[in-house]
Design a protein around this ligand. Sequence first.
Ligand SMILES: Nc1ncnc2c1ncn2[C@@H]1O[C@H](COP(=O)(O)OP(=O)(O)O)[C@@H](O)[C@H]1O
Ligand SMILES: [Mg+2]
Length: 184
Amino acid sequence: MTQPLLEISNLHVAINGTEILHGINLTVNAGEVHAIMGTNGSGKSTLTKVIAGHPDYVVTSGDIKLRGVSILEQEPEDRARAGVFLAFQYPVEVPGVSNMYFLRTALNAHRKHRGQPELSGAEFLALVKEKARLVDIDAGLLNRSVNEGFSGGEKKRNEILQCACWNRHWRSWMKPTAAWTSMP
Ligand SMILES: Nc1ncnc2c1ncn2[C@@H]1O[C@H](COP(=O)(O)OP(=O)(O)O)[C@@H](O)[C@H]1O
Ligand SMILES: [Mg+2]
């Protein structure tokens, strides 16, 4: 049997000494889509933030493995390089940082980690235009600051564009889709 993409076992998580997750088990294989549903305050966002490595949340027992490797001791940026992507419920506006520059800098950091050369400006432009068409986002948004003044829907599309450009392995989506997807 092939190794699961993501394997969460008996995960207990606390914040400020209060336990919020009381033993979560979840196995996700490559290509599967899982939707996690629960009442307000049941811990869905907490789970996604713990996977991404938010420092406020303490894993008191259990494990999270990505392709068989525990990521609990990894910094958030290392988890991102390993393939974790967290899409925000409310994407943050970053005035003064161009969307294009942001996408390119992050993509080149990922490529460096994978031992690939950086993309030239022209190569990146071709790639981002193709991905923008794929996710049906207005190319004009690429030249604006990250999410600044974007509509709610444009912000969500911009998150999907990041995913498409960086080729993440594991994606956690917070509302409104409340759906988690994975890719091979
Ligand atoms: N930073 C925090 N400080 C204190 N309590 C928190 C923090 N983050 C989450 N919680 C608590 O953890 C519980 C789960 O919250 P959350 O994961 O946001 O639930 P959901 O996304 O399922 O609505 C809630 O009771 C919430 O108040
Ligand atoms: Mg939530």
